[in-house]
Design a protein around this ligand. Structure first.
Ligand SMILES: N[C@@H](CCC(=O)N[C@@H](CS)C(=O)NCC(=O)O)C(=O)O
Length: 210
């Protein structure tokens, strides 16, 4: 079966989900043309983008048969099918399930509260919430970010990588989430030695692109 080839990545700098795809592509040595969608200026809400992509989110991946994929993990899954090595999503059903489990755990424990603090607490991000920010929700999530960081630290104790014996997309989800924390002025605490050692290991790979 001939599968359509990726043609264009709809991307934006600084945001965590497009960065997950950029790091995934860097790991696999994939280079693609990119269209920069300025989400702070609201380009994702334009009729053109919505008609093309069917969503007001980035990343999106356009294929050469006109298909457009959204959802970070769906995009990664397609790229993995076309470029199986290095394997980042599991070599067998059990590994694949573990990788997905850990990636989802990071999304729920850490990425969701970090996003809530940013999107509801930073005035410049009000447009992403259609002008309807809820500062109380930002405040409520602040301690959930701290709890998420503690969860990550405990999850990395005595482990080199989050999901398996090698770097996977679950690690990418965590790196992108931690990178996003600079927006809410939070850092990994110095006492979280397992997380900091894991971050060093990730950064040594040379693929953790901005
Ligand atoms: N479910 C989507 C979420 C993507 C997402 O939240 N993207 C953010 C940037 S990290 C975005 O496009 N925000 C624009 C908006 O909310 O209008 C995925 O996993 O790809």
């Amino acid at each position: 079966m001939t599968l359509p080839e990726p043609k264009l990545l709809y991307d934006t700098p600084r945001a965590p989900n497009p960065r997950r795809v950029r790091i995934f592509m860097a790991e696999k040595g994939i280079d693609l043309p990119r269209s920069n969608i300025d989400i702070m200026a609201g380009t994702q809400f334009s009729a053109d983008y919505q008609a093309k992509v069917g969503s007001h989110h980035v990343p999106a991946l356009e294929l050469d048969d006109g298909t457009v994929l959204t959802e970070t993990v769906a995009i990664c899954r397609y790229l993995e099918a076309l470029h199986p090595e290095p394997n980042l999503m599991g070599r067998d059903p059990l590994e694949a399930a573990k990788v997905e489990m850990w990636s989802r755990r990071v999304e729920f424990h850490l990425m969701t509260p970090v996003a809530a603090v940013a999107r509801h607490g930073i005035p410049a991000m009000a447009s992403l919430e259609h002008g309807d920010q809820c500062p109380e929700w930002a405040a409520a999530n602040d301690s959930r970010v701290d709890a998420g960081l503690t969860w990550l630290e405990n999850s990395l104790k005595d482990k080199e990588w989050l999901a398996t014996d090698r770097f996977t997309v679950a690690d990418i989800t965590a790196i992108a989430t931690l990178g996003f924390m600079h927006l809410i002025r939070k850092k990994v605490p110095e006492t979280h030695v397992a997380t900091l050692a894991w971050l060093d290991r990730c950064n040594e790979r040379g693929t953790i692109v901005d």
